[in-house]
Design a protein. Structure first.
Length: 79
């Protein structure tokens, strides 16, 4: 059986591996990770807002009746 050290297991499990022990590299990596996380959060918030608004518009339009408030192409472009 082959046993791996904790460092090797951590490298295999990590998404990002910092190659040096310089503190400024660690700070830059943490800031980069936070920026990526914030961008993902903003994108998801935007998508949920837009899609919920489109859903409400389509639902109210179908309940009221008459002409469709959004065409299929408009809804496809939103989603």
């Amino acid at each position: 059986m082959m046993y791996f050290s904790g460092t090797e297991v951590a490298k295999e499990a990590a998404d990002i591996i910092i190659l040096d022990d310089n503190f400024s590299s660690i700070v830059k990596t943490v800031l980069w990770g936070r920026a990526v996380f914030n961008n993902i959060r903003k994108f998801l918030q935007f998508q949920l807002t837009v899609n919920c608004a489109a859903l409400i518009i389509v639902f109210i339009g179908s309940v009221i009746g008459g002409q469709e408030p959004l065409t299929v192409l408009q809804v496809r472009h939103i989603a």
